[in-house]
Write a protein that binds this ligand. Structure first.
Ligand code: XIL
Length: 562
């Protein structure tokens, strides 16, 4: 009898104790316990991701990073993000939730919440995309914020609750942190500080099943038939896109679309001087190797872009004070090494990029310290050295604003005619075609230009085509863009010496346009989620149409300059 009472008493005490010890019912969601282990962090290029700890350094400027390769948080209702972090200095080091990545500048159009440590406090900043100043800033003093600290952000109803080391330190109204129901992770770090993220988890209360982790890039890609490359093969033309190696490594959909749709590719940056030969005694071939290997695995041709360009030069070339002999030695060695390494694997080289000056002053050629250093015959030498390194490769001169007829294309024509007449090994001209709707050359002018280059015995490639639209473009602009893509491809198909149409990327997700031309976007044929746009179907139309169209086919549907 007595024993029974004791038993009940013990049980009762245990229950009372359990009710008093605050247990935290919020638990990591499936796959969300240890997100620092996700392979995508190592892909970003700005993060040290060894041993499951993310080391995020700011260098000497403020850095706002976002890992767009994933993992992503997806949530309806209440959720939390629990981060164990430490920082090397007292200025801001924060983890970020990015509900919308910026366009151009990091803050422009973004939706971003930073939660971190700053001057011994917990801080919360919210950016709404309209200004580089935060719309919301809250500072919460707390104890024990040295060494490793576990910060947690919880959304509870319409409040954000901030906790440090398991205790609430403050609350604020949710300013709308997941505008589309999901967010990327990232970090914001002030100069000369380094943030270390030791653990990153997504948690949810037990009654909310609508919190999940998504990995891999966001995509809405569904393959359609026939792929452009099949049609292009049938027409005897190459159709392709500029490629960045890190997207091939980090975004599986990127490689899937590229390999399926195109039969040629060009390296967007990997062959540029600074990328492949950053120091006099050091070459970095990894990026170019990745791209060339991908092309070979998918039976695609490769354009090597570019051996010489006045931009994208490494400091050791840009600032060199060489004698003419040293210049000759350095550039010759560069060209022989790069072309030689990819002999038989890179079919076409842009030997020289953008050498014609845009201003009449100082003569037709741009003056750079390396062009002056090499002397007036540097162009002849560059083509000759490239030819010696791979006699089978076809060598191109590439430029912008010289697509139609006009002063600049006349300069290009004169330049390459001179090369041909002097017996210098040049085989083609690249027309870049970075266009806007309002400033596009007339298709019949492009055709005339291609034809006159053909009469010199030269091939033409359209090398960097993109047609940018205002970021807020309406549907009719997408149609006008599609018509332009169609018209220029028709021109290329109509001239036998026009053998490739290559775009400067293929998905708006990774286009250089929003960075280079703030306010513009949507320049390519797949959207940011890899959905084919009207421009994609316009290229397909052009490839399906019968051959031999004349100038009378152009104009009506083209939004071109009068
Ligand atoms: C651009 C790349 O797309 C950018 O990523 C890079 O930051 C700058 O260069 N003409 C060219 C290309 O020949 O090499 C340029 O590429 C775009 C303009």
């Amino acid at each position: 009898m007595m024993k029974k009472y004791i038993r009940y008493a013990i049980l009762g005490m245990a229950l009372i104790l359990a009710a008093c010890v605050p247990t935290d019912a919020w638990k990591p969601v499936a796959g969300g316990d240890n997100l620092t282990a996700d392979p995508s962090w190592a892909c970003t290029g700005w993060i040290g991701a060894a041993n499951g700890v993310l080391d995020i350094g700011a260098g000497n400027e403020f850095r706002a990073y976002v890992n767009t390769y994933g993992p992503r948080l997806q949530a309806e209702g209440d959720f939390g993000v629990r981060v164990t972090l430490s920082a090397d200095a007292a200025n801001l080091a924060a983890f970020s939730l990015i509900g919308k990545p910026g366009l151009g500048n990091w803050w422009n159009e973004t939706n971003k919440l930073d939660v971190g440590l700053e001057e011994g406090n917990v801080v919360v900043y919210f950016y709404d995309g309209k200004s580089f100043m935060p719309r919301v800033k809250q500072t919460f003093p707390a104890e024990g914020l040295s060494g490793q600290v576990t910060l947690e952000l919880r959304r509870v109803g319409d409040k954000l609750v901030v906790r440090a080391n398991g205790k609430e330190v403050g609350q604020l109204d949710d300013p709308g942190i997941l505008p589309e129901g999901w967010a990327y992770f990232g970090a914001s770090v002030r100069p000369n500080n380094t943030l270390h993220i030791h653990k990153l988890s997504v948690v949810a209360p037990p009654d909310n099943a609508n919190v999940a982790i998504r990995t891999g890039s966001e995509s809405a890609y569904t393959p359609t038939d026939p792929p452009l490359r099949d049609l292009a093969d049938a027409r005897g033309i190459y159709i392709g896109a500029a490629v960045e190696p890190q997207h091939l490594r980090c975004d599986p959909v990127y490689g899937e679309v590229l390999g399926r749709e195109f039969n040629i590719l060009v390296t967007e940056n990997a062959f540029k001087f600074y990328a492949i030969h950053p120091e006099a005694e050091r070459y970095t071939f990894e990026g170019a190797d990745t791209v060339v290997a991908f092309a070979e695995a998918h039976k695609m041709k490769v354009r090597g872009h570019t051996l010489l360009w006045h931009q994208s030069m490494p400091a050791w070339i840009e600032n060199a004070a060489f004698t003419p002999e040293q210049w000759e030695q350095a550039i010759h060695e560069h060209i022989s090494t790069v072309v030689g390494r990819y002999k038989g694997r890179v079919a076409y080289w842009d030997v020289l990029n953008e050498a014609i000056s845009d201003s009449a002053a100082g003569g037709p050629l741009r003056q750079t310290n390396w062009s002056t250093g090499l002397g007036p015959d540097f162009i002849d030498k560059a083509f000759t050295w490239a030819h010696e390194a791979d006699p089978e490769a076809l060598l191109f001169y590439n430029d912008y604003g010289a697509e139609g007829m006009g002063a600049k294309s006349d300069q290009v024509y004169a330049l390459v005619k001179g090369l041909v007449e002097r017996g210098i090994p040049i085989h083609g001209v690249g027309l870049q075609m970075h266009l806007t709707l309002g400033t596009a050359p007339k298709p019949e002018d492009v055709q005339r230009n291609i034809r006159r280059l053909g009469e010199l015995g030269l091939q033409v490639h359209i090398t960097e085509m993109d047609i940018r639209l205002p970021a807020n473009a309406s549907d009719d602009l997408f149609t006008a863009q599609a018509n332009m893509y169609r018209e220029y491809l028709k021109v290329c198909l109509a001239e036998t010496n026009c053998t490739a149409l290559v775009m400067w990327g293929f998905t708006d997700r990774y286009s250089w346009i929003p960075d280079a031309n703030p306010g513009f976007d949507h320049a390519l044929i797949f959207d940011k989620l890899y959905r084919p746009k009207p421009a994609y179907f316009a290229l397909r139309d052009a490839l399906t149409l019968p051959k031999s169209l004349g100038p009378e086919d152009f104009g009506a549907s083209c939004n071109c300059k009068p």
